[in-house]
Design a protein around this ligand. Structure first.
Ligand code: FEO
Length: 167
């Protein structure tokens, strides 16, 4: 049976993952309607991944005798100033997600919940990848600078840059 505090922490994480999916979806819509088809494909795929992160947590909470809460979400931004702003905001967002995951792990240790601690290791590893990917993309964008031709190539190649399985 899940400790009440762990169930609370996991449900908070569920909200964060759901909100991430929602935010990436809004970014994907902006990219698609701004001519960045490759970036849109990457962001739609990322939104799906976040939904999967949410579901995995929900199923775990239910399986362990808790009740997963389907969270209300806040409306994400509609417009974005550009690709740099999007990926900067993704990096900041993922850093927040990492901190939140670390605090769940911390709570597991405090309450000696080694099962949830073990389950959360998947998320710890995933966050290393997510942050690294956002940094890698930001580095590429810095190389592109304001060059339109290079931006065109960036958008065309983003799925392979990000190491996407669908590239
Ligand atoms: Fe599921 Fe990007 O954190």
């Amino acid at each position: 049976m899940l400790h009440e505090q762990i169930a609370l922490a996991l449900n908070k994480q569920i909200t964060l993952e759901a909100q991430s999916s929602h935010t990436y979806l809004a970014m994907a819509v902006w990219a698609e309607t701004s001519g960045y088809d490759g970036t849109a494909a990457f962001l739609y795929e990322h939104a799906e991944e976040e939904r999967m992160h949410m579901l995995k947590l929900m199923r775990f909470v239910n399986e362990r005798g808790g009740v997963a809460i389907v969270p209300p979400l806040t409306a994400p931004a509609v417009g974005y100033p550009g690709l740099d702003a999007i990926f900067q905001s993704i990096l900041e967002h993922e850093t927040t997600v990492t901190a939140s995951i670390n605090s769940v792990v911390d709570e597991c240790l405090t309450l000696k919940d080694y099962t949830t601690h073990n389950f959360m290791q998947w998320y710890v590893a995933e966050q290393i990848e997510e942050e690294a990917m956002a940094r890698k993309i930001l580095d590429k964008l810095a190389l592109v600078g304001g060059d339109r031709g290079a931006l065109y190539l960036f958008d065309r190649d983003i799925l392979s840059l990000a190491g996407s399985p669908n590239a």
